[in-house]
Design a protein around this ligand. Structure first.
Ligand code: HEC
Ligand code: HEC
Length: 138
């Protein structure tokens, strides 16, 4: 039952992403393509708007990678991320990592240090090692 509810919620949210005003739709397509090329496209509601803003400002130094975009794509994606961002402390982290936010830490408190280090997982950022596309909003 819980899985079904999550699935329905995700379906509804995906529609919301796709159906809103034109700029949001363009941002959605760009986000899926550009932010999903190296890792899963982390859903906007998992991090605060201020964190997304900081993250998009420094894509040249993106967690030791270079993920720089042209100005137009950058601002389309940022608009999209901010529109659907999480709000409040629970969705913020100084490191700009979803995996350091209070909500994430809480939801994953059952996982031990050793489990995070399993070779199939390697890093907390590797959401799809444990989650299907449903949780990740695809
Ligand atoms: C060139 C490859 C590349 C592209 C393109 C890219 N990223 Fe990343 N991203 C990374 C790497 C590498 C990490 C660090 C992963 C790790 O620590 O295991 C990362 C980590 C992240 C994290 C933190 C994950 C966590 O641990 O919570 C977020 C959030 C993020 N990226 C958002 C984005 C967004 C938004 C875009 C699109 C604008 C994007 N990324 C595009 C390579 C990329
Ligand atoms: C080592 C495996 C693992 C990794 C990696 C992992 N998670 Fe999880 N996640 C879990 C487990 C286990 C739970 C708890 C499920 C429960 O309580 O039903 C959970 C819970 C969640 C939940 C809340 C419960 C739900 O199913 O909706 C969300 C959202 C979530 N994770 C997102 C993420 C995101 C985003 C990432 C990557 C940044 C990630 N997870 C990385 C294992 C993992």
């Amino acid at each position: 039952m819980k899985r079904l509810l999550v699935l329905l919620l995700v379906l509804v949210m995906n529609q919301a992403y796709a159906e809103n005003g034109k700029p949001a739709s363009a941002g959605y397509e760009k986000w899926k393509k550009e932010c999903g090329s190296c890792h899963v496209a982390y859903p906007p509601h998992m991090l605060s708007g201020e964190n997304w803003q900081q993250l998009m400002k420094h894509l040249d130094k993106h967690f030791d990678s270079n993920a720089v975009l042209d100005t137009r794509d950058n601002s389309l994606i940022l608009d999209f991320l901010k529109r659907y961002a999480g709000s409040g402390e629970r969705y913020s982290s100084a490191s700009l990592r979803i995996s350091d936010t209070p909500w994430f830490v809480r939801e994953h408190r059952v996982i031990s240090e050793n489990e995070w280090k399993l070779s199939q997982v390697k890093t907390r950022s590797n959401c799809s090692a444990c989650h299907g596309k449903v949780v990740l909003g695809d």
